[in-house]
Design a protein around this ligand. Structure first.
Ligand code: IPE
Ligand code: IPE
Ligand code: MG
Length: 238
């Protein structure tokens, strides 16, 4: 499967974005605390990234924590911060060893200082890599990202084009996501990559994130490969 997809270049998304939803419900169904779901979710996130890069995907953006998620009970947030403290560096170095650059996108100044340091440190270790990337969205909101970019543009005082505005977003320099996958049965974007999603193919899975397997990812990529991306044109013009 992997080999076939790499050969049929256009059928493979260059950039996959993932809304990893359903950790809490998955744990609840098993009479386990939500933190157990988040731990399983983090492990699955790493597994899926490994699989995607092995298939030849070049960019992955994963939605790990939204700005709005900061309204959750402090106990749940502390559990998420502990996951970063205990596992993030190790997991990320495993993936980034493939020559992948890590970027944290979002306002991490809202996180505890020691967590910010871990994230910056992990990013810095990969700063020499080019051409392949992971964006981990933490304290991320797409509207905030757009407003931030608009303020940067005002500071520069130059008229914008779509291309120059894109460069001011966290994802500047990267291809837009071709495929956005959301697990957890919900059919919405929840303030994720609103600008970058303009022409993304949207795939929704009923599975909760901890149970979304590598083969489910392959299915989503296969589904993507069967789409006709017209970008406004007619079939005849393609
Ligand atoms: C997504 O899973 C992960 C985060 C938002 C941190 P949820 O925690 O939203 O899980 P559900 O939607 O409650 O099942
Ligand atoms: C979206 O999931 C954010 C992440 C996956 C990190 P939510 O669970 O926060 O989304 P809503 O609140 O159901 O829209
Ligand atoms: Mg949710």
């Amino acid at each position: 499967m992997a080999g076939r997809i790499i050969e049929e270049d256009k059928k493979l998304p260059a950039h996959i974005a993932l809304i990893m939803d359903g950790n809490g419900r998955w744990a609840k169904k098993r009479l386990m605390p939500r933190s157990f779901g988040h731990k399983k979710g983090m492990e699955r996130m790493i597994g899926l990234m490994e699989h995607a890069f092995d298939m030849g995907v070049r960019y992955m953006t994963v939605y790990a924590l939204s700005t709005e998620n900061l309204k959750r009970p402090q106990e749940e947030l502390n559990g998420l911060f502990d996951l970063i403290r205990n596992h993030f560096s190790q997991y990320m170095s495993r993936i980034c060893a493939r020559g992948v650059r890590l970027k944290i996108i979002g306002d991490i100044s809202l996180l505890p200082p020691d967590v910010q340091e871990i994230l910056r440190d992990s990013e810095q270790k990969t700063s020499h890599y080019e051409g392949k990337g992971i964006n981990v969205a933490l304290c991320y909101g797409a509207r905030a990202e757009i407003v931030r970019a608009a303020n940067l543009a005002i500071e520069r005082g130059e008229p914008l084009t779509e291309a120059s505005f894109s460069e001011l977003l966290y994802t500047g320099g990267q291809p837009d996501p071709d495929l956005i996958i959301r697990t957890g049965k919900e059919v919405r974007l929840s303030n994720f990559l609103l600008w970058q999603a303009a022409y993304a193919e949207l795939y929704f899975s009923d599975k909760m994130f901890p149970e979304f397997t590598d083969s489910d990812l392959e299915k989503a990529i296969e589904w993507y490969g069967a789409r006709t991306r017209r970008f406004g044109k007619t079939d005849e013009q393609l």
